[in-house]
Design a protein around this ligand. Sequence first.
Ligand SMILES: Nc1ncnc2c1ncn2[C@@H]1O[C@H](COP(=O)(O)OP(=O)(O)O)[C@@H](O)[C@H]1O
Ligand SMILES: [Mg+2]
Length: 259
Amino acid sequence: MRVWAIANQKGGVGKTTTSLALGRAMVARGLRVLLVDLDPHASLTRAFGVPSDPQPPGVVDLFTTPPPTLASLMKPSPTEGLDFVCAQTALATLERRSATQPGLGLALSQAITRHAGGHDAVLLDCPPTLGLLMVNALAAADRLIVPTQCEPLALYGLAGMVRTGEMVERSRQRPLPVSIIPTMYDRRTRIGRDTLAQLQSEYAGRIWSEAVPVDTQLSNADALACQVFSGAPPGRALAAYTRALDWVLAEEQAMEQAA
Ligand SMILES: Nc1ncnc2c1ncn2[C@@H]1O[C@H](COP(=O)(O)OP(=O)(O)O)[C@@H](O)[C@H]1O
Ligand SMILES: [Mg+2]
């Protein structure tokens, strides 16, 4: 079972959109997927139509003793083969507990190791901060997917995230390959084209050769969920995510063959 962390220390770069769109594309490829919402803002959870009040069971429960299984926290989505675990607003207080309770950094990784739910992939939608939840995601992940906007400011967030991934890789002595997916690309603007070209030269070998275009159908989580769950033919951004998935899967396969 592959575990991908979808992360970037910058907010609004398309992490949640990428998680849901890759999840959908995986299901279309016949894979069974478990999406885990690790962001206290719970955008992914809302996209699945789960209200935050009353607080649903979810990720925060993994940090209790003894922890429940992922399978007991999981909810089915309207798409067969796509399940999810909710984020709760209480996740925001977790960061404060971490200082006094060592060992919390592996809670998610242990839950995933014990998980026998028949999924081919677990996708972790990360919060934009390098706190306990991101640490949990990176400890559990065997690949880091970094969505990045095609604008100059996004380059800093991307560089920071790639450095964080390299640090995790060194400390755990297990590879954490990075796959960068440029998002919200507007080819009509000079700045978009220049930034994409710069990204592609700086991160050659780790970045997808295309970019997910700006698409008004994806401009909010509800519109995206509507598109994903309707089973309608994918719009241009979702179609791009299917090609991005095929690239990541090919990278994964090349790595397995080289090992
Ligand atoms: N390709 C796209 N085209 C247009 N809007 C997009 C696209 N991707 C994401 N968005 C929108 O951009 C905003 C931020 O995306 P989101 O996935 O929530 O980012 P993050 O999880 O990194 O905060 C959301 O309103 C989302 O609907
Ligand atoms: Mg998000």
